[in-house]
Design a protein around this ligand. Structure first.
Ligand SMILES: [Zn+2]
Length: 372
């Protein structure tokens, strides 16, 4: 196996350098908080850091050798001094919990940038943190150090977070804890203030573009389109490019066109399809795509050239209605989609949510457009 280095992580130079320097000088903090958008490499950096710290024969430039027994075990996410804690839907059935555990490990080993999607609420149970607390105050089994990664740490409920704070009060000297989060504002402030924070920036669209072309046989335009939709998250871009969200993408476009051409039957059918969708996050994807479309309409209305459009490759599919909207109306439409997103979190029924959205958009943008 090849050397495992922090440097192989795509586009996170600042984070890599901070950790590399600290680790070379033996000055790592006890607790790190990696924060930044989902799918930008926080897990991969934490994983590589664990490998570096647990390696039995690290190289001169503080990389893991990739070949010693410790390296091989961390690569399989099953080293006895390495603890990986992550959220999943709660369950009383041990078998179901085990399935979630296995699924997460396999998915992350296959693709560390992969976003984990669940159609039920997820959390990190207090049992897991209790178990962790019991484990980390003993001597390491195999290495000189212990490493803990707590993924999506914002999904700890307050009982779990409070227990974690107990660990923060008396951190074991030989243990490095890495917490990752894409929603730092949802975390307990005391947890945030007691960690050394490292910010992970969105990956540049150029990097995502070339990564997509490297991994998938995508044409230039499609790669550019997915890169734009990703907002700098390689994980999001990979989900698009792997075809996982293709059906939602297509139905979002179809519903969009039906709204402008006022095809009532088609609107009803598509809303029906969305309301039956088991994965509720697909509704958020629809709303996001529509916001991008409105952004493009706005760009066009203020005379920005087509190279500023996200949906350039789909321009020909008549996604942008051939109407002149006044910018204030477009802004209003954007707000309507935003409000729908907030309503979504209030757990309103999908069908009434989408019917309301379609009607509001039509009345905002399609009534009396000639007045503008
Ligand atoms: Zn090694």
């Amino acid at each position: 196996m090849a050397e495992m280095s922090l440097k192989e992580v795509i586009g996170q130079k600042v984070a890599q350098e901070i950790l590399l320097q600290a680790s070379k000088k033996n000055r790592l903090a006890n607790t790190y908080l990696f924060y930044g958008p989902a799918g930008v490499g926080k897990f991969l950096v934490a994983w590589r850091l664990a490998q570096t710290l647990l390696c039995e024969k690290p190289t001169e430039n503080s990389s893991a050798c990739g070949a010693c027994p410790s390296c091989l075990k961390v690569a399989q996410l099953c080293h006895p001094d390495f603890y990986l804690v992550f959220p999943h839907p709660s369950s009383d059935k041990p078998r179901e919990v085990q399935e979630h555990e296995d699924h997460f490990r396999q998915a992350k080993m296959a693709e560390p940038y992969q976003l984990m999607e669940y159609n039920r609420p997820i959390n990190i149970s207090v049992d897991k943190i209790r178990f962790l607390k019991e484990q980390i105050y003993r001597m390491p089994f195999q290495s000189e150090k212990k490493v803990v990664i707590i993924e999506q740490a914002e999904s700890m409920r307050s009982d779990s977070a409070n227990l974690l704070l107990k660990i923060f009060e008396e951190p074991p000297a030989d243990t490095v804890l890495v917490l990752t989060t894409s929603q730092i504002d949802r975390m307990l402030p005391t947890v945030v203030s007691r960690s050394q924070k490292i910010r992970f920036a969105p990956v540049t669209l150029e990097t995502i573009h070339s990564e997509l072309q490297k991994r998938f046989s995508l044409d230039e335009e499609k790669a550019g389109y997915y890169a734009s939709l990703s907002e700098g998250s390689l994980g999001v871009a990979l989900s698009f490019a792997s075809g996982q969200w293709e059906k939602t993408l297509e139905n979002s476009h179809r519903l969009w066109r039906a709204v402008w051409s006022k095809k009532t039957k088609e609107i009803q059918d598509l809303i029906e399809i969305f309301s039956l969708e088991k994965d509720r996050s697909q509704i958020l994807l629809l709303l996001k795509i529509w916001q991008y479309l409105l952004r493009d309409i706005f760009s066009a209305s203020v005379g920005l050239g087509s190279r500023h459009l996200i949906f350039r490759p789909l321009h020909n599919q008549a996604l942008l209605p051939n109407l002149n909207f006044a910018p204030p109306r477009i802004y209003l439409a954007f707000q309507i989609v935003n409000q729908t997103r907030l309503d979504f979190y209030r757990n309103l029924g999908i069908k009434s949510l989408l019917v309301g959205l379609v009607l509001s958009l039509q009345s905002t943008l399609l009534s009396n457009t000639e007045e503008n």
